[in-house]
Unconditional design. Structure first.
Lengths: 202, 294
């Protein structure tokens, strides 16, 4: 069992690291498909990438129930680290989670298991934070939607391979839906619910 | 000296996290008003408490902040907010639209076109475009859920029935990304076309009403209208008396008590840049004329 002294650190500078990380996430959300970098230095518990750890410390607190997938909850490290640094409650029911941390994206549960929000309050939905193999190499995905001037090209190794097909429910559900932040190391890409896949594998 | 210091950009970190989460959802659902736990700010409601909270949540030490009130950099509201962030965040401030990374605005969009990477933060008094038509929040919320916006078209139609044209001149309703009808805050409708396909991110904060909403860059923003009564812009039919611009939004300045008046650019930075570039107006009062500006 890790003691507090052995636990990975949080942000070196809580205030400015959270600010710079938020701006990266905001820019990513405002420009879907663009790769943004998280510059803040942050300690990471086993299984968590730097990007996910920085996003967690920037956006999670006692108001945000967190759901962890099997990979993230394989050891108690992530839950303990989140509890210590962010005071965020870790919940077993993914349908009430504000954020879901997915370490093993290949085994991403069906999206219906997360919160889509309601028609009156579509903002009460789960944001998925999905760790992927690469956000600079791999198959190409051509995207369109608000925030994109014409179309955007994302090259990424994403599991599950059919992520964008699954996310197409966002089109039918809108304004309800699922927003996704893809993370690889310190790179992040956001896929808000308004983003549509034009073509893939080009 | 042990003077108490503010947290960076005044707000505490938990408040910033809450506002930041609201901003991200607002960007993901363009035009939808996200409720947030608005805090009391050291200024009265109506002075931009919503805009200030949004600005405080996004501002970083490398940002360059510009604040305008009705287009002007040098009114009380603009100066006090600029000084507020100068003091609490130590950020650089500017009056130049081009040099700013974050622009907080009350009721105008700058004349110069904004570029990618900039964030425009609007101060919003009443975020709900349907509020004066339907006072119950439960009802307006359902109307947004069902995209039931017939009432707004009836309002615009009543303008036509009564005045012969759509007389709504400011806070002119827009439809964002073909889904949500949104109040662009009380900007003159002259500014509405600038919101469409804008390269900058637009964030809206309403402090008293506790709502945040957003328009991502490159998003379709359409002013509501009818086929036989298309949306038109509107400005005083005069060149600016200081810089001679004939395409900017004008303020009417009363110059004496005998009906004398002159028209000058509402956007002071735009006007000053033009004067610095050698453009000059007549600097005299002009007779009052109005016409539609297309």
């Amino acid at each position: 069992m890790t003691t507090i002294a052995e636990m990975p650190a949080g942000f070196a500078d809580k205030v400015l690291s959270a600010q710079s990380t938020f701006r990266s996430v905001m820019d990513a959300m405002a420009r879907p498909g663009s790769v943004q970098r998280v510059a803040a230095s942050v300690g990471t518990p086993a299984g968590m990438m730097r990007g996910s750890a920085a996003i967690a410390l920037t956006l999670f607190d006692h108001d945000t129930p967190i759901w962890l997938d099997a990979a993230m909850s394989a050891t108690p490290d992530v839950a303990r680290w989140l509890k210590f640094h962010a005071s965020a409650p870790v919940v077993a029911d993914s349908a009430i989670a504000s954020f879901a941390l997915i370490g093993d994206a290949a085994n991403l549960p069906a999206l219906e298991r997360f919160a889509f929000g309601s028609s009156e309050y579509p903002d009460r939905s789960t944001t998925l934070i999905l760790q992927v193999d690469s956000l600079t190499q791999g198959p190409a995905f051509e995207l369109k939607g608000p925030g994109i001037d014409g179309s955007a090209l994302l090259q990424a190794m994403i599991k599950p391979r059919d992520l964008f097909q699954r996310l197409s429910i966002n089109e039918a559900l809108f304004p309800r839906g699922i927003d996704v932040v893809l993370v690889h190391d310190d790179n992040i890409v956001a896929i808000p619910r308004t983003t549509r896949l034009i073509a893939s594998g080009v | 000296m042990n003077a108490p210091t503010y947290n960076f950009a005044y707000l505490d970190e938990q408040t910033k996290r809450m506002i930041r989460r609201a901003i991200l959802k607002a960007i993901a659902i363009p035009g939808y008003q996200v409720p947030f736990a608005s805090r009391e700010m050291p200024m009265p409601y109506g002075w931009g408490t919503g805009g200030v909270q949004v600005t405080a949540a996004i501002l970083g030490p490398d940002d360059v902040l510009k604040v305008i009130d009705q287009g002007s950099d040098d009114t009380t509201n603009a100066i006090s907010i600029r000084k507020f962030f100068g003091k609490t965040a130590g950020v650089a401030t500017t009056t130049s639209t081009m040099d700013a990374t974050v622009i907080q605005t009350r009721h105008r969009i700058p004349e110069a076109s904004l570029h990618a990477g900039q964030v425009l933060v609007y101060q919003v008094p009443i975020p709900e475009p349907l509020r004066f038509l339907e006072p119950r929040e439960t009802e307006t919320r359902r109307m947004h859920a069902l995209a039931e916006y017939g009432l707004m078209h009836v309002k615009l139609y009543e303008d036509i029935a009564r005045f012969g044209h759509i007389a709504t001149a400011y806070a002119y309703p827009v439809k964002v990304n073909a889904r949500y009808v949104m109040d662009p805050s009380p900007t003159p409708k002259f500014d509405n076309p600038k919101m469409d396909n804008c390269a900058a991110l637009q964030l809206f904060g309403a402090g008293r009403e506790k709502r945040i909403y957003a328009i991502p860059p490159y998003t379709t923003v359409v002013s509501l209208d009818f086929e036989d009564h298309p949306f038109t812009r509107y400005r005083f039919n005069a060149p600016c008396a200081l810089c001679g611009a004939d395409n900017s939004y004008l303020d009417e300045i009363v110059t004496d008590d005998r009906g004398g008046r002159m028209f000058v650019c509402s956007d002071t930075d735009f006007c000053e840049q033009r004067q610095a570039a050698g453009h000059h107006g007549t600097e005299s009062a002009a007779p009052h004329k109005e016409k539609a500006h297309v």
